[in-house]
Design a protein around this ligand. Structure first.
Ligand SMILES: NC(=[NH2+])NCCC[C@H](N)C(=O)O
Ligand SMILES: [Mn+2]
Ligand SMILES: [Mn+2]
Length: 299
C-alpha cells in the first residue's frame, strides 16, 4: 500500500446517545497504540488532537432530537477540522465518539468530493429521522442526515445538502433496523448486506461487491466503521450491542480487502465505549483493524 500522510482527529462526543463513556473512545484508541501502529507501517501520522465538546448538561429535546444544539455545534467544528486536514494533504482518520459525528465528517469530506461513496459498517442503519427514531438519539440518524433527510439544522451543516447519494452507499453488517429505516432502504434502493448475506455469501464476496458498488461513479470512498458492527463477543465495549455480528476475522478480511482495493479517501471508527469495555479490548480491536486497513500484513 502507498505510504500516506494520515491526519488523526478525536471527537470525545457522547451526546448523540444515552450511555456514558463513549466520549472516552478517542483516548482509549490512542492508548491502544494507534499512532505508533500506523507509523510502523511507514505512514506519516499527524495527531490533530481532539475537538472540544460541551459537557453534558440537563438533557434538552427539540423536535424529538436529544441534545440537538450541542450535536450541531460539535459536528460543525469537526467539519471544519476535517476540511483543513484534507487541505493540508492528510487522509482524515476520525476517532469517535458516538456515531452522530459522521454528520460532521461527511460534511467535511464532501466539500471537495460531491460523488462520495460510503461504506457503513454497522449493526444498525442509522437512517432514522426525528419522526422515525424510537429513541431520539442522533447517533441513530447520521446516514439519513447525510442524505439530506430530517432536521434541517443538521442537514444544512457545511451549507449544502444532501452530502451523499443513496446509490453511492453500501451498508455492511446490519441486523437491527427500525421500521422507518427499512422503508427508507427500500424507497431509496440503498445497497445493503445484512448478516444474512454475510453468512450466505461469505465476507469475501460481500466485500468484492461492496467495493465495486461504492467505486462506481464516485470520486472518493469513506469508511464509517461502528464497532457494534462486530459481534459483541469480539467488541464488547459498545453502547448498543446486537448479538450475531461480524467476527473479528471477517472484519480483518474486510479491512485487508479495502487496503488492497486502495479506494478509501477517509475513515472513521466510532462507538468505542471504554466504560462498557473489558480491559480496553474494543479499542485494541479497533487499532488492530486500522492496522489491516492501513496495509499491515503478516508476511
Ligand atoms: N450508531 C448507533 N450505534 N446507532 C444505534 C441506533 C439504534 C436505534 N436504531 C436508534 O435509532 O436509536
Ligand atoms: Mn451501530
Ligand atoms: Mn452506527
Amino acid at each position: 500500500m502507498n505510504k500516506l500522510k494520515v491526519g488523526v482527529i478525536g471527537v470525545p462526543m457522547d451526546l448523540g446517545q444515552n450511555r456514558r463513556g463513549v466520549d472516552m473512545g478517542p483516548s482509549a484508541i490512542r492508548y491502544a497504540g494507534l499512532i505508533s501502529r500506523l507509523e510502523s507501517l511507514g505512514h506519516e501520522v499527524k495527531d490533530f488532537g481532539d475537538i472540544t465538546i460541551e459537557r453534558r448538561s440537563e438533557e434538552q429535546v427539540s423536535a424529538g432530537l436529544k441534545n440537538l444544539s450541542q450535536v450541531i455545534h460539535a459536528n460543525d467544528l469537526l467539519r471544519q477540522q476535517v476540511e483543513s486536514i484534507e487541505e493540508e494533504g492528510y487522509f482524515p482518520l476520525v476517532l469517535g465518539g458516538d456515531h452522530s459525528i459522521a454528520i460532521g465528517t461527511l460534511a467535511g469530506v464532501t466539500k471537495k468530493r460531491k460523488q462520495l461513496g460510503v461504506i457503513w459498517y454497522d449493526a444498525h442503519g442509522d437512517l432514522n429521522t426525528g419522526d422515525t427514531s424510537p429513541s431520539g438519539n442522533i447517533h441513530g440518524m447520521p446516514l439519513a442526515v447525510s442524505l439530506g433527510l430530517g432536521e434541517e439544522s443538521l442537514t444544512s451543516i457545511g451549507g449544502f445538502a444532501p452530502k451523499i447519494k443513496p446509490e453511492h452507499i453500501v451498508i455492511v453488517g446490519a441486523r437491527s433496523l427500525d421500521d422507518g429505516e427499512k422503508e427508507l432502504i427500500k424507497e431509496k434502493g440503498i445497497k445493503i448486506f445484512t448478516m444474512h448475506e454475510i453468512d450466505r455469501l461469505g465476507m469475501t464476496k460481500v466485500m468484492e461487491q461492496a467495493i465495486e458498488h461504492v467505486g462506481a461513479g464516485t470520486d472518493g470512498v469513506h469508511l464509517s466503521l461502528d464497532l457494534d458492527g462486530l459481534d459483541p463477543n469480539d467488541a464488547p465495549g459498545v453502547g448498543t450491542p446486537v448479538l450475531g455480528g461480524i467476527s473479528y476475522r471477517e472484519s480483518h478480511l474486510a479491512m485487508e480487502m479495502l487496503a488492497e482495493a486502495g479506494i478509501l479517501t477517509s475513515t472513521e471508527f466510532v462507538e468505542v465505549n471504554p466504560i462498557l469495555d473489558e480491559r480496553n479490548k474494543t479499542a485494541e480491536v479497533a487499532v488492530a483493524l486500522m492496522g489491516s486497513l492501513f496495509g499491515e500484513k503478516l508476511l
